[in-house]
Design a protein around this ligand. Structure first.
Ligand code: FPP
Length: 242
């Protein structure tokens, strides 16, 4: 009997895009200009992912905590997002990129929710790269929502409490069906996880880059992936066992 094809290998890079505000402050510009420059860096990151055979790229674009920023800044971020989804959709689709959004989307403006739904539906069969935008996203909020979902399924008699294992738990997360990140990059020199993919990054490698997000170039992604490949991933096993 012929052997089944091995699952195609995936490379999931997740990025905490940090430093837009500092980039703007260093130029005496308003913070919003930093976010605009950050959007250009998003385009470069996607190009880098395509060139470097990344199969999944997840970008922390707006955290659950970002709602606490001044309303003018939140509005500008929403405006940029709206602009980005509208202006890039055709080219993302043409390049075979599947777009997904994770986070508490009900909190987003209604027109952005509609744009997201349309974008996800249009691109759902694309295979070149899965681009996931984390929007109104927080890892703790995600795990809490999953716990609520599990409890409801048990309440309805659809699930036995004893049947809940890591696999079932995973399927209730926003990222259900997506591979865990292999590499998490954070820019701007800060070394924190900031509520990003808490469950999913259990075995991820972390690379912290001393570059502000608007200055992110393809070479930075390439450097981070090279560093990741030099690391010895053991998933808790001893040397040489993984
Ligand atoms: C962190 O920089 C960045 C954000 C809060 C938002 C990220 C948004 C973008 C890159 C632009 C829009 C994205 C898309 C997908 C269209 P910061 O403001 O916390 O910087 P600071 O730490 O220097 O103040």
């Amino acid at each position: 009997m012929a052997e089944a094809d091995p699952a195609p290998s995936t490379l999931h890079v997740a990025i905490i895009m940090d430093g837009n505000g500092r980039w703007a402050a260093a130029r005496n510009l308003p913070r919003t200009m930093g976010h605009r420059a950050g959007m250009e860096a998003v385009r470069r990151a996607i190009k880098a992912a395509r060139e470097l055979s990344v199969t999944h790229l997840t970008l922390y674009s707006f955290s659950s905590e970002n709602w606490r920023r001044p309303v003018t800044e939140v509005n500008e971020l929403m405006r940029l997002l709206r602009y980005y989804l509208r202006s890039e959709l055709a080219s993302l689709h043409k390049e075979g990129i599947r777009v997904r959004v994770i986070g508490e989307r009900k909190k987003l403006p209604a027109d952005i929710i509609d744009l997201i739904t349309h974008t996800e539906e249009l691109t759902q069969d694309n295979k070149e790269l899965t681009l996931t935008l984390a929007l109104s996203y927080g890892g703790r909020q995600e795990i809490t929502a999953a716990a609520r979902g599990l409890a409801k399924a048990v309440e309805r008699g659809q699930l036995q409490a004893d049947a809940i294992d890591e696999h079932v738990m995973q399927s209730f997360l926003f990222t259900g069906g997506m591979p865990d990140p292999d590499l998490v990059i954070r820019t701007s020199g800060e070394k924190r996880i900031s509520n990003f993919l808490l469950w999913q990054s259990a075995y991820a490698e972390f690379v912290f880059l001393d570059v502000l997000w608007p200055d992110f170039e393809i070479a930075h992604m390439s450097e981070a992936i090279a560093e990741f490949k030099r690391r010895d991933r053991r998933y808790g096993a001893t040397v040489g066992q993984a």
